[in-house]
Design a protein around this ligand. Structure first.
Ligand SMILES: NC(=O)c1ccc[n+]([C@@H]2O[C@H](COP(=O)([O-])OP(=O)(O)OC[C@H]3O[C@@H](n4cnc5c(N)ncnc54)[C@H](O)[C@@H]3O)[C@@H](O)[C@H]2O)c1
Length: 305
C-alpha cells in the first residue's frame, strides 16, 4: 500500500484510533536521531500505530520530539494533514529513556548509532525485555544482521529494515533477512513497511546490502577527490549534480547522511570484505575525529547555520 492509499484509507476513520498491522499493535523505536525520529513519525502519522520512542537521555528524546513537532507543523502548513490529525499523531508517540519502556511493544525498530557494540548491547537487552513474540528489526546501514541476531536467543525474529533518509519522503525500505530469519517474520516486516507507505526490496545479508554497497564507495571516492585537491567541494558536487542529474552532489549527500555514519559504513565494507577498494578516505576520518559530523553537527564538508 502506498502513502496516499494509507492516508486516504484513514479518511472516515476516527483520527487517532490505533489500528493493527497483522500482529503489530504497538511499535518501539530506538534512537531519536534523524532516522529513528523519521521512522517514529511515519509509524504514527501514516500507519496510526502507537509508538514508544527510546533514547539514552531525556535531552535526546526531547530534541527528537521538538523535531517531530516541526515536521507536523510543516505538514499541516502544506495541507498534507489537518491540525487534528497532527495532534493525534503527537498523542500516539510516547518517549522513554529506559529499555524497560519497550516491554510491551510487538515490533522494535532499532535506529541507534552505526556501531556493532552499541547495537549488540541493545539487542541483548531487547531479547531479555521484550515479549517472546516481538520482532526485533534493525535499521543498520551496513552491519551484518546475522551477527546482531546471534546475540539474542530469537535469531529467527531478528531482521534488517533499512529505511532511507529522510524517512517521511523516501519510498524505499531494504529488507534484509539474517541467516536464521523466518519466512513469517520476513512477511510481517514487509507488511509493516507497506503499511508505512513504503516499497520494499529484499536483499541478502552482505556488507552494505545493496544501497550502501553502491552509494558509499561513490561518496568515499568524492571525499578522496577533495582530499587530493582534484577540485573544490562545490565543483565536485556541481559536476555530479548537473553532469549526471543527481538530485544532490556526493559531498552534500555525505553531510546530510552524517560523516560518522558514512565512515562507519566504509569501515564495515572494508573490514568485512578485506578488499582495499573500500578503504575509508583519510580526510573522512579526520572530519569525524574533529567532531565535524555534517549537517547534524552544524559542520561537515560544508558549514551550516
Ligand atoms: N543517516 C542516514 O542517512 C541513514 C540512513 C539509513 C540508515 N541509517 C542508520 O540508522 C541508524 C541511526 O542513524 P542516524 O543518522 O539517525 O544517527 P543519529 O546520530 O542522528 O542518531 C543516533 C541516535 O542514537 C542514539 N543512541 C546511541 N546509542 C544508543 C543506545 N544505546 N540506546 C538508545 N539510543 C542510542 C543517539 O543518542 C542518537 O539520538 C544507524 O544505524 C545508521 O547507519 C542512517
Amino acid at each position: 500500500m502506498n502513502t496516499i492509499k494509507v492516508l486516504s484509507s484513514l479518511k472516515g476513520q476516527v483520527r487517532g484510533m490505533s489500528s493493527a498491522v497483522g500482529n503489530v499493535k504497538r511499535v518501539g523505536v530506538i534512537g531519536s536521531g534523524q532516522m529513528g525520529l523519521g521512522i517514529a513519525y511515519v509509524a504514527a502519522n501514516v500507519t496510526r500505530l502507537p509508538v514508544v520512542l527510546m533514547d539514552v537521555s531525556q535531552a535526546q528524546t526531547d530534541k527528537g520530539m521538538v523535531f517531530m513537532d516541526k515536521l507536523l507543523q510543516k505538514d499541516v502548513a502544506k495541507n498534507k494533514i489537518t491540525a487534528e490529525h497532527a495532534k493525534l499523531t503527537r498523542e500516539l508517540v510516547s518517549t522513554t529513556n529506559s529499555m524497560s519502556g519497550l516491554s510491551d511493544v510487538d515490533f522494535v525498530i532499532e535506529a541507534a548509532s552505526e556501531n556493532l557494540n552499541i547495537k549488540s548491547a541493545i539487542f541483548r537487552d531487547l531479547d531479555a525485555i521484550c515479549k517472546p513474540s516481538s520482532i526485533l528489526a534493525t535499521n543498520t546501514s551496513s552491519i551484518s544482521i546475522t551477527k546482531i541476531a546471534a546475540v539474542t536467543k530469537r535469531a529467527e525474529q531478528v531482521i534488517g529494515m533499512h529505511f532511507m533518509n529522510p524517512v517521511p519522503v523516501m519510498k524505499l525500505v531494504e529488507i534484509i533477512p539474517g541467516l536464521a530469519t523466518s519466512a513469517d517474520v520476513l512477511q510481517e516486516t514487509r507488511d509493516l513497511a507497506a503499511a508505512m507507505g513504503k516499497t520494499t526490496t529484499v536483499v541478502q545479508d552482505i556488507p552494505g546490502f545493496v544501497a550502501n554497497r553502491l552509494l558509499m564507495p561513490y561518496i568515499n571516492e568524492a571525499v578522496m577527490l577533495l582530499e587530493c585537491g582534484a577540485a573544490s567541494a562545490e565543483d565536485i558536487d556541481t559536476t555530479m549534480k548537473l553532469g549526471t542529474n543527481m538530485p544532490m552532489g556526493p559531498l552534500t549527500l555525505a553531510d546530510f547522511i552524517g560523516l560518522d555514519t558514512c565512515l562507519a559504513i566504509m569501515k564495515v565494507l572494508h573490514e568485512n570484505t578485506g578488499d582495499s577498494k573500500y578503504r575509508p578516505s583519510v580526510l573522512l576520518q579526520k572530519y569525524v575525529d574533529a567532531g565535524w559530523m555534517g549537517k547534524k553537527s552544524g559542520k561537515g564538508i560544508y558549514t551550516y547555520k
